[in-house]
Design a protein around this ligand. Structure first.
Ligand code: ADP
Ligand code: MG
Length: 244
């Protein structure tokens, strides 16, 4: 049997004494959207950060396309290029334009020629609804626009998997929709996505599977209809009652 595209296999992570990921098993199939929900402090961000080794795990294994992220033989920088990540804080380079933010990594990391990188970047900016904003600086853009530049920047590396960590949490409510709609478009195009969000409408509509984390454990994993209509665990019922 071949591996799923992204596999968490008995993953344990500690911060000192604090056991923040407890034996996490999770498979994300090619083209699948898995949405991770759960209370603050449950380990959602850590799970994503371990996936591109911004954090090290203590035991278990994370594999991307069958290749272990933690194997010393693995070229982690190459593997990282296949994993796009977008955070709550957009982290754009403030003194670079939208276009320059998107072309930087392909040029520096992949050595893509400037003209080609720019062509790709313009296509990506158009795809996230920002044609016409290529020459704007981050401070000239709304939060929703900045976050869409951040998504275009991640896509510019042609990732095989995209990780989203509460990318709409810092946005004014009226700007949330434009970012979610870009994510929905990516999902429709078949991008493999692991998404941490509190947007339950999005989770239900776009998610192929919902994972509930609590206290570092994967408490429940189910298709959205099942998770939202008929949760199995008390933890899930309790969690969902907060969104009614
Ligand atoms: P979530 O994203 O679900 O809110 P996190 O993954 O950020 O949860 O945090 C999980 C646990 O790990 C929390 O107890 C948090 O305090 C702890 N934690 C997160 N990052 C660090 C860190 N860099 N150093 C020490 N503890 C951390
Ligand atoms: Mg978090």
């Amino acid at each position: 049997m071949t591996d799923s595209q992204l596999v968490f296999d008995g993953v344990n992570k500690y911060f000192g004494e604090n056991h923040v990921l407890k034996d996490i098993d999770l498979d994300v199939e090619d083209g699948e959207v898995v949405v991770v929900v759960g209370p603050s402090g449950s380990g959602k961000s850590t799970l994503l950060r371990c996936t591109n080794r911004l954090e090290e795990i203590q035991s278990g294994e994370i594999r991307l396309e069958g290749v272990s992220l933690t194997d010393p033989e693995t070229d982690i920088n190459l593997l990282r290029q296949r994993i796009g990540m977008v955070f709550q804080s957009f982290n754009l380079f403030p003194h670079k334009t939208a276009l320059q933010n998107v072309t930087l990594a392909p040029r520096k990391v992949k050595g893509i020629p400037e003209s080609e990188a720019e062509r790709t970047a313009r296509d990506l900016l158009e795809r996230v609804g920002l044609d016409g904003k290529a020459d704007s600086y981050p401070h000239q853009l709304s939060g929703g626009q900045q976050q869409r530049v951040a998504i275009a920047r991640a896509l510019a590396m042609r990732p095989h998997v995209m990780l989203f960590d509460e990318v709409t949490s810092a946005l004014d409510p009226e700007l949330v929709g434009e970012v979610l709609s870009v994510m929905r478009g990516l999902a429709d195009e078949g991008m493999t996505m692991l998404v941490v969000t509190h947007e339950m409408g999005f989770a239900r509509e776009v998610g192929d599977r919902i994972v509930l984390m609590a206290d570092g454990e994967k408490v429940e994993e189910a298709p959205p209809e099942e998770f939202f209509e008929n949760p199995e665990t008390e933890r899930a019922k309790q969690f969902l009652s907060k969104f009614l």
